[in-house]
Design a protein around this ligand. Structure first.
Ligand SMILES: [Mg+2]
Ligand SMILES: [Zn+2]
Length: 184
């Protein structure tokens, strides 16, 4: 079995402008490719788990999401920092688009995407890590059996009140630097 780092996407990997569905407004957070590459070198699989209710809300399509995903992976390939697995939830319980309207098992804080990844990629969740920018990301990970929880990004102050026992860092780069210090 492998260990993995799970990531939320918007606000962790790219700047969260709200419902990012197009390449035109897909901007990586500074230092992300290097940080991901470093985690890969430490032996972690890199897995993205992202709620994309923008699809259910009709703000962009699944095809748009796949285009952004391809763009992301191409940018990361240069740094040898590609994701090993990408999981997304296109649903919302009150979606205007009927085909996406459901109370699914994948939308975080439910642990569906983590459980699927664990099966697909033979991941030991108890040895894995979660990095998110909202408490719901970490609650989902906790629900899946992940105990090492990291909160990064601009919402740290308010979100950390909502979850117990997580580490807080400004961004992914700072988190990875401190992971190194923890090891020494
Ligand atoms: Mg987010
Ligand atoms: Zn879902």
């Amino acid at each position: 079995m492998r260990k993995a780092v799970f990531f939320d996407r918007d606000g962790v990997i790219n700047i969260d402008y709200g419902f990012v569905g197009k390449i035109e407004n897909y901007d990586l957070v500074q230092g992300v490719p290097q940080a991901l590459h470093h985690l890969k070198e430490l032996g972690f699989l890199l897995v993205l788990v992202t709620n994309q209710s923008g699809i259910a809300r009709g703000k962009y399509t699944e095809a748009d999401f796949f285009k952004v995903t391809q763009f992301l992976q191409e940018n990361l390939r240069i740094a040898d920092a590609c994701f090993d697995g990408i999981y997304f939830c296109p649903h919302h319980p009150e979606a205007p688009l009927a085909q996406y309207r459901q109370d699914c098992e994948c939308r975080k804080p439910k642990p569906g995407m983590f459980k699927k990844a664990a099966i697909d990629l033979d991941i030991d969740l108890s040895q894995s890590i979660m990095v998110g920018d909202h408490a719901t990301d970490l609650i989902a990970a906790k629900n899946a059996g992940i105990s090492k929880l990291y909160l990064v990004g601009e919402h740290i102050k308010t979100e950390k009140e909502l979850i117990e026992g997580c580490f807080c860092y400004q961004d992914l780069s700072e988190m990875v630097q401190n992971l190194e210090i923890e090891k020494k």
